[in-house]
Design a protein around this ligand. Structure first.
Ligand SMILES: *Cc1c(COP(=O)(O)O)cnc(C)c1O
Length: 406
């Protein structure tokens, strides 16, 4: 007899860095999931902005199964066809000439930061090392990326941290100018701060960063791990802003649910990484390349991207309606299918509570800090699922209000 798997086993066997929901999803299709008890959930979380084409997409399943029968992994002593095809797709669709593949967003940012340091050191006497980052930013959990991120709660327990990283105020060009100099090697920024509360950069801010980086011969790194691959309604957010970075990182939606990350850059900058300077065993494996290649070709179409903008409008109109009745949010913001609702003062700090109750009512949502409810559903989520999911969310909020918890 097969032993029953239960949520209690998480607390028994797993290093407690997460506090997962009390139920265990076992099956999913499109934008709906079912748990062990057969309860249904509408998925507005998308596996944290990852499942860009929903669950169990037929084309992705086929790409995975087909590649699984051929070749999984060789290590980087050999290249493979799927990853070369993906690299061509990405470079044709973006500013980049060159791609480095890895397995996660943090690794993509780690590669970007290391490349920026090496690029600077190759042309200076080694003191061009300063990295400028932003308060509340999120760039991953390796020591370098967590130090670059702007949430001390995530980094301070791991000190000593890598030096020469300065944090200034997002959307405030003056605060950047105040610390920037010829010693600046890179500025790293999310075009929309995702984990930090779904806060879009202003166009003038990103444009100003570009100008400052050019002035001080520093590299501009866009962390598009969350905003990339169609999430905002453009393939990458930099295309919406019309500001071209020197290095761009992408992960999350890139594999449509299969782990893969990438760092994109120009040919000129890429020459500063040479054989032996950086690497990863799994990076650019054939399975990830096959699935991501399929996902990329399905997402990078005018119809899919227009569909994201259309769904944004639907989503926000219905959130406005919900808010008109319940008065919970002081701001509804974001781009494409990355949407954040900031709770008003009376309900500040209740985002987690709302997400937990929402799951009980059959809709999975995300939070972005204690005061922002966040949505990052599949880019192809059916309109009916948007309607049904938001009506479940409304029921959850009404129940909390009735109980005096909101
Ligand atoms: C999620 C995220 C990361 C980290 O990606 P991982 O795959 O978890 O390592 C980095 N930057 C941004 C903007 C993210 O949203």
């Amino acid at each position: 007899m097969v032993q029953q798997v239960t949520r209690e086993q998480f607390d028994e066997f797993m290093v407690p860095v997460y506090a997962p929901a009390p139920f265990i999803p076992v099956r999913a299709e499109g934008s709906r999931l079912w748990d062990q008890q057969g309860n249904e959930y509408i998925d507005f979380a998308g596996g944290i902005a990852v499942n860009a084409l929903g669950h169990a997409h037929p084309a992705l399943r086929e790409a995975l199964a087909e590649q699984a029968a051929k070749l999984w992994h060789t290590g980087n002593g050999y290249t493979n066809e799927p990853i070369l095809q993906l690299a061509r797709q990405i470079t044709e669709a973006t500013f980049a000439d060159k791609v480095f593949f890895c397995n996660s967003g943090a690794e993509a940012n780690e590669a970007a930061l290391k490349l920026a340091r090496k690029y600077a050191h190759d042309q200076s006497d080694g003191d061009k090392s300063q990295i400028i980052a932003f308060n509340n930013a999120f760039h991953g959990r390796t020591l370098f990326t967590v130090s670059t991120g702007g949430q001390p709660a995530y980094s301070r327990d791991f000190a000593p941290l890598p030096p020469q990283i300065d944090h200034v105020t997002f959307n405030d060009l003056e605060s950047v100018r105040a610390v920037m100099s010829e010693k600046t090697c890179a500025v790293i920024v999310e075009p929309i701060q995702g984990e930090g509360g779904v806060i879009p950069a202003s166009p003038a801010f990103l444009q100003g960063l570009r100008t400052l980086c050019d002035q001080f011969n520093a590299l501009l790194i866009f962390d598009e791990v969350q905003t990339g691959v169609g999430r905002t309604g453009d393939l990458y957010a930099y295309q919406h802003y019309g500001v071209v970075p020197d290095i761009l990182t992408t992960a999350k939606a890139l594999g449509g649910g299969f782990p893969i990350g990438a760092m994109l850059t120009t040919a000129r900058i890429a020459t500063h990484f040479t054989p032996g300077t950086h690497g990863t065993t799994y990076g650019g494996n054939a399975l990830a390349g096959a699935v991501a290649g399929c996902a990329f070709s399905l997402i990078n179409t005018p119809e899919m991207l227009a569909g994201v903008k259309h769904r944004h409008a639907l989503f926000v109109a219905q959130l406005d309606e919900l808010n008109h009745h319940l008065g919970l949010f002081r701001d509804i913001r974001g781009m494409g299918l990355l949407i954040g609702c900031e709770l008003n003062e009376a309900h500040a700090g209740k985002a987690k509570l709302i997400s937990q109750r929402a799951a009980q009512e059959g809709v999975m949502i995300l939070i972005a800090g204690a005061g922002v409810v966040r949505f990052a559903p599949a880019l192809n989520i059916p309109e009916e699922d948007i309607r049904e999911g938001l009506s479940r969310l409304k029921r959850a909020c009404e129940a909390l209000i009735a109980e005096g918890a909101l």
